[in-house]
Design a binder for this molecule. Sequence first.
Ligand SMILES: NC(=O)c1ccc[n+]([C@@H]2O[C@H](COP(=O)([O-])OP(=O)(O)OC[C@H]3O[C@@H](n4cnc5c(N)ncnc54)[C@H](OP(=O)(O)O)[C@@H]3O)[C@@H](O)[C@H]2O)c1
Length: 234
Amino acid sequence: MKDMKDTTIVVIGGLSGIGRATAELAAAAGARVIAAGRRTPPADLPPSITTAHVDIGDDASVARLFEGIGPFDHLVLTAGPVIGSARLADLDIDDAIAAFNIKFFGQMRAARHALGNIRRGGSITLTSGLLARKAAPGALVKASMNAATEIMAKTLAKELAPLRVNVVSPGMVETGMWGEMSEADRKAMAARAGANLPVGRVGQGQDLAQAYLMLMQNGFITGSVVDVDGGGLL
Ligand SMILES: NC(=O)c1ccc[n+]([C@@H]2O[C@H](COP(=O)([O-])OP(=O)(O)OC[C@H]3O[C@@H](n4cnc5c(N)ncnc54)[C@H](OP(=O)(O)O)[C@@H]3O)[C@@H](O)[C@H]2O)c1
């Protein structure tokens, strides 16, 4: 792991799951880390991680976050809504719009407001998801907002160059994104889903965190989507 001393990173969505794992790995590599989100920060976060409140669905809240932070090097966006599956006939369009407002427009909003803060040599890493390129009945909203995220990143990689913009696309990762369920149900779901993957298990936050760190550190990667899915897209 490269030393990230003298590097400041901001992780929106950094108070849980994949974002938290990324914040912790970057902090372990020596980075100054600001983890932002809506929830009360977990008490067991390493003390080297500073926390901040932001609602990525609210333009004023996102603007306030970056005004308060000042210059930094890398922006990581992992905030996303918990949404279920619905086929078109059962879809509530207002729910779909609300999900897009967090996942797609939230990432666009954060990138927009962070522009003036990110130092030369820095990067933005967005998050999509396997369904962006794997059509499945009932996945219309997730697939659409993740696919839109991927083309947003590629467009911004050209438009904002030399600032680098990339995407991590997770497959099934054991986090709160799976919704409320008992520990036993979560483990059973992980075992079932993992058995169908080439690597024989679902992902953990740390598997994903390594990809975000690589994209921050490798100055030759931009406009890329990195699939971290245990082979789920195959
Ligand atoms: N886990 C998977 O299997 C999987 C698969 C494909 C893609 N992904 C993507 O990976 C990313 C990270 O998800 P995760 O698995 O790490 O789940 P997670 O632990 O639920 O992380 C999502 C984070 O987003 C935050 N968030 C939601 N709405 C927000 C808002 N309006 N403003 C600020 N923060 C907000 C949540 O915090 P609050 O609830 O406190 O707001 C939470 O901390 C998401 O984009 C997700 O779509 C995950």
